[in-house]
Design a protein around this ligand. Structure first.
Ligand code: THU
Length: 130
């Protein structure tokens, strides 16, 4: 999957974000190893703030609804925000469930060339496992 396609998908879904409280729009787009499908997510806030869903976790949920991620592990995810933002701690744990190799490409929504690339295992060393 070409990275520009993932960046485009993240930019589009970011426009769908529901963030009336923080006004901080986040879009996520993910591909799995062995599949050409793109799974997207955006943040969805709630008047009861703690219920807010992050973009990254929505994208993982969308993928789980279609594929067994133990067979099709997440390979690459674009996280788009402005300013540039890396996944929160909860999302790091959530993302590390299915692959420690996942590449997270954080992209600035206003300047797509401004990027930071991480491996999930570097963002969350020693993730919790049962
Ligand atoms: N947010 C995400 O969607 N992903 C993250 O990794 C960090 C934060 C959202 C949650 C909330 O709607 C807004 O950004 C501000 O925290």
């Amino acid at each position: 999957m070409p990275l520009p396609d993932l960046i485009q998908a993240a930019a589009e879904v970011r426009q769908r974000a529901y963030a009336p409280y923080s006004k901080f729009l986040v879009g996520a787009a993910m591909v799995l190893a062995g599949s050409d499908d793109i799974f997207v997510g955006c943040n969805v806030e709630n008047a009861s703030f703690g219920l807010t869903i992050c973009a990254e976790r929505m994208a993982v949920g969308a993928a789980v609804a279609r594929y067994d991620l133990r067979q099709y592990p997440p390979q690459q995810m674009v996280v788009m925000a402005h300013p540039l933002a890396a996944p929160c701690g909860a999302c790091r744990q959530f993302l590390s469930e299915f692959s420690l190799e996942l590449e997270v490409v954080c992209v600035d929504a206003l300047e797509h060339q401004r990027r930071q690339i991480y491996k999930i295992s570097d963002l969350l060393p020693n993730n919790f496992r049962l």
